[in-house]
Design a protein around this ligand. Structure first.
Ligand code: ATP
Length: 266
């Protein structure tokens, strides 16, 4: 539905509840009145035009940027009210895939995927190696284990980044523009992989993306951030926002109209 996010109590607790959040840099307010629920098992799209604050919202959710006001409740626990140690523990539930894949260029694909396992567990090297093979197998990259990032394609780097993001078996995955720079076929394969992670591993996924075909294909919930009013103006799955929302800014964006009047005339 195309409606303001609800903050009424629910029968089942959301995995993450964002409540009345404002994110500002000094006097510059990026978004305010941000409230939404991330339901367990959903693929949640953060939508909106360039500069509306999608990546900034993601950064607040993964612990890189403290919101100015408001709360992010992770299973009811106020994330930003916790000390560093507790926030780090919560972060272990998160897997993050940045736009570039963000692999270390001096390490092989396998070493990149092993890094979180070596940093945050005391597993013996042979177990780490086996887990790395497993994670790379899940994303169809086992053959690239000894290659360096410079030796593989952009799509393969994304998949390797994904393998690293799932190294510690996170139950919440955050993707910032996962399809950026990929051709449509590689992008569709990545969509399938994201669905597999949700369905096979039971992960909950938050995805920031401009790739509308991808969002229509995989996301079942979401929020639309408005760059003009600096607040969310619609809430619902990308297809619902495309097909039933009557807010002109949302309709124009979801139908790729070059201006709001295009949709009003068309
Ligand atoms: N550290 C910062 N200091 C000041 N302003 C910032 C900072 N980081 C981001 N911004 C501003 O916040 C706004 C939102 O940026 P953000 O990258 O979150 O938007 P976005 O919706 O992800 O954009 P795009 O779709 O183009 O990637 C922009 O105006 C940006 O200039």
């Amino acid at each position: 539905m195309c409606a303001a996010p609800t903050t009424t109590p629910q029968a089942t607790q959301p995995l993450i509840a964002v409540r009345d959040m404002t994110i500002a840099f000094g006097p510059k307010v990026i978004q305010h009145n941000v409230s939404f629920d991330l339901k367990r098992g959903s693929i949640f799209a953060v939508m909106g035009g360039s500069g509306c604050g999608k990546s900034t919202l993601l950064k607040s959710m993964i612990g890189l940027l403290r919101p100015t006001t408001g709360q992010i409740l992770v299973e009811g626990e106020d994330y930003w009210a916790q000390d560093d140690a507790r926030r780090t523990a919560i972060n272990h539930r998160y897997g993050v895939l940045f736009q570039s894949g963000a692999l270390w260029s001096s390490m092989t694909v396998g070493e990149n995927v092993a890094l979180p396992l070596e940093m945050f567990t005391s597993l013996p090297p042979e177990v780490v190696r086996r887990l790395v093979e497993l994670k790379l197998g899940l994303v169809g990259m086992e053959q690239a284990i000894d290659l360096f990032p410079s030796e593989i394609s952009g799509g393969m780097r994304k998949r390797a980044g994904l393998a690293r993001a799932i190294a510690l078996d996170p139950d919440i995955l955050f993707f910032d523009e996962p399809s950026a720079g990929l051709d449509p076929i590689t992008s569709a394969r990545l969509d399938d992989l994201i669905l597999t992670l949700r369905d096979g591993l039971g992960a909950t996924i938050v995805i920031v993306s401009h790739e509308l075909p991808s969002l229509f294909a995989i996301a079942d919930d979401g929020i639309f951030l408005d760059a003009v009013t600096h607040t969310p103006i619609a809430h619902g799955s990308p297809t619902a926002l495309r097909d039933t929302c009557t807010i002109p800014e949302v309709t124009a964006f979801m139908n790729r109209a070059s201006s709001i009047s295009d949709t009003e005339e068309g």
